[in-house]
Design a protein around this ligand. Sequence first.
Ligand SMILES: Cc1cc2nc3c(=O)[nH]c(=O)nc-3n(C[C@H](O)[C@H](O)[C@H](O)COP(=O)(O)OP(=O)(O)OC[C@H]3O[C@@H](n4cnc5c(N)ncnc54)[C@H](O)[C@@H]3O)c2cc1C
Length: 344
Amino acid sequence: MKVDYIIVGLGLAGIALAERLEARNKSFVVFDDESQHSSRTAAGAYNPVILKRFTPVWNGPEQIEVALPFYQQLAEKLKVKLDFPVLTKKVFKSIEDQNNWFAASDKPRLQDYLDPKLDQASYEGVIAEFGFGNVRNTGWIDTNVLLDHYRLHLQNSDQVRFETFEYEQLDVKDGILYKDIKAEKIVFCEGYGITKNPYFRHLPLNGTKGEVLIIEAPELDIDFQVKSTIFVLPLGNHRYKVGATFNWADKTSDPTEAGKSELLEKLKKVITVPFNIVNHRAGIRPTVKDRRPLVGIHPDFKNVAIMNGLGTRGVMIAPTVSEQLLDHIDLGTPLDPEIDINRF
Ligand SMILES: Cc1cc2nc3c(=O)[nH]c(=O)nc-3n(C[C@H](O)[C@H](O)[C@H](O)COP(=O)(O)OP(=O)(O)OC[C@H]3O[C@@H](n4cnc5c(N)ncnc54)[C@H](O)[C@@H]3O)c2cc1C
């Protein structure tokens, strides 16, 4: 079999790259073994404001401008709904918190998102002693529907192999040769799975485990995301996604009792109504020391590239950096030094 590209990993990174390749009429085959669960676990939220500090996310508005049309096109192609715009309500903890919000909502890069008015409405079952600040133009992408349908799409066109990519079988000296496949290039998109990759495991991707719950709360009826020390995201039918934990020590993808307890403890400070737990998931976010993606070409092997390090914001970042990586490979367009692996 001969293809232009091999992609290893079919999370948000691999999907974005595959889509960009398809748009450029390049042939490819993808490998995925479901050993990592970050894209499956993600809340899929997009929001260009860091609500802990009321500061802009790195390149946030620019990334969203690329990401939303990207997911819209993908939704049309896969014939599913992927984008769910929802208002985000930041719960204030104090008067000082409110004042910081007013100051931040004046900043040019945040004006489109932070509503300067204090929201003091009360919502049945939600605790907010000091009211809310509303963040506009936010929402979430249903990453599970995306993964399920994209896998099927590739399966139907015979462009995917659901198996572990065995690095020791790869020959990169004269073009790319892997078992029965000859390719021009290979791009690794394995998320935290990079730690097993002999070509790129030297890069400082440390990984941060996160756990989420899906709860059913019959008496809670809100159509906005509540953002406090945790988020409560409405999924419809009185179901809500609740998350997330941040654990830097545990590198497994198994949900834990400790993670669940932490989320329940925090949830009780946000809602007052009864609920059942419907699901509990965990995954490792591919986080990098300097909080920037890991994108670029291997220094010794010009046919070997990487797209990783999407951290806590894969939904927003993947559509932009996939295009940048392919422009770099195809046209030699220099990469933004902030994302280029050459910085290490
Ligand atoms: C709890 C939690 C909440 C999150 N919330 C959000 C959010 O609200 N918004 C947001 O934008 N991001 C969020 N994220 C982050 C987001 O999940 C990541 O940025 C993104 O999913 C990373 O995508 P990826 O494709 O790089 O990695 P992954 O999703 O880890 O995908 C890598 C893929 O490669 C495969 N793979 C690895 N090694 C091999 C191999 N040797 N052979 C074959 N296949 C292999 C894996 O099976 C996997 O499918 C969250 C993450 C977590 C854990």
